[in-house]
Design a protein around this ligand. Structure first.
Ligand code: ADP
Ligand code: ADP
Length: 226
């Protein structure tokens, strides 16, 4: 995975009296192939930072570079996968077809075996041909996680992707995701509310202050991953 440099990134929404300062100034490096968990109070600016790293939003000040490139350039090559709380699957396509499309749109070859393997991993074996509307919210979120992984993105951005996932599956994902990440050296930024999840999944935990977001602590996670 790439090295990500977040340099003095600040973000204000709106102007004048109505301006909301979402991010004060954040300096953060994501080391190649590591997972960084972002934790902090609701509304502090976590999603905003993630969208800026994805190139889906632009900072008011500062810059983000991904192996020296702009996030836009990097995303347009299909090397970034983003999972938001809202799974945003295409409703008229089957689950496997949603994954197949992700491969096609990012210029990857078709890979039915990998699609089947990942759907199995997230507990959707047997639902390959279902449409999103036929699945529960948690199942749709799991499908979106599988879609993120199928393209083997170099940079993975996850915004509370397990919110609606049931406890048991969440636990299995927490145990198995590190194995996947080890097999494909992805650089990952994970927004989560769960400290347990942050510890299980990340190499470093970054704690943000209430809005405007600033870094108040960085903790190296030094435990044997399961
Ligand atoms: P978090 O992900 O930590 O919950 P967000 O990044 O979603 O926080 O939001 C940070 C702050 O910026 C919040 O006060 C939110 O209301 C505000 N905000 C987020 N997106 C917008 C937007 N598009 N326009 C105006 N304000 C926004
Ligand atoms: P289209 O070419 O019509 O845009 P797709 O190629 O995404 O659509 O898929 C069409 C159908 O083919 C899907 O609904 C699915 O049943 C099947 N299919 C597509 N990709 C795969 C795959 N990787 N493995 C198994 N079946 C697939």
């Amino acid at each position: 995975g790439p090295r990500v440099d977040i340099g003095a990134v600040g973000k204000k929404y709106g102007t004048g009296d109505r301006a909301v300062e979402a991010i004060g100034s954040i300096d953060l490096q994501l080391r190649p192939g590591t997972t960084t968990a972002l934790v902090g109070p609701s509304g502090c600016g976590k999603s905003t930072l993630l969208r800026i790293v994805a190139g889906l939003d632009h900072p008011t000040s500062g810059t983000v570079t991904i192996d020296g490139e702009t996030p836009d350039a990097y995303r347009k090559r299909g090397d970034i996968a983003v999972a938001f709380q809202d799974p945003a699957l295409l409703p008229w396509r089957s689950i496997e077809s949603n994954l197949a499309l992700a491969l096609r749109l990012t210029g990857r070859p078709a890979n039915p075996a990998r699609i089947a393997h990942l759907l199995d991993l997230v507990g959707l074996g047997g639902f390959e041909r279902s449409r999103p509307a036929q699945l529960s919210g948690g199942m749709r979120q799991r499908a979106a996680i599988a879609r993120c992984l199928v393209t083997e993105p170099r940079l993975l951005l996850l915004d509370e992707p397990f919110g609606a996932v049931d406890e048991l599956t969440r636990r299995r994902l927490n145990l198995e995701l590190p194995t996947i990440w080890q097999s494909q050296p992805t650089t990952t930024l994970l927004v989560t509310h769960s400290i347990t999840e942050a510890v299980l999944l990340s190499d470093e935990i970054v704690v943000l202050s209430p809005r405007p977001a600033g870094i108040i602590a960085r903790v190296e996670v030094d435990i044997e991953k399961p």
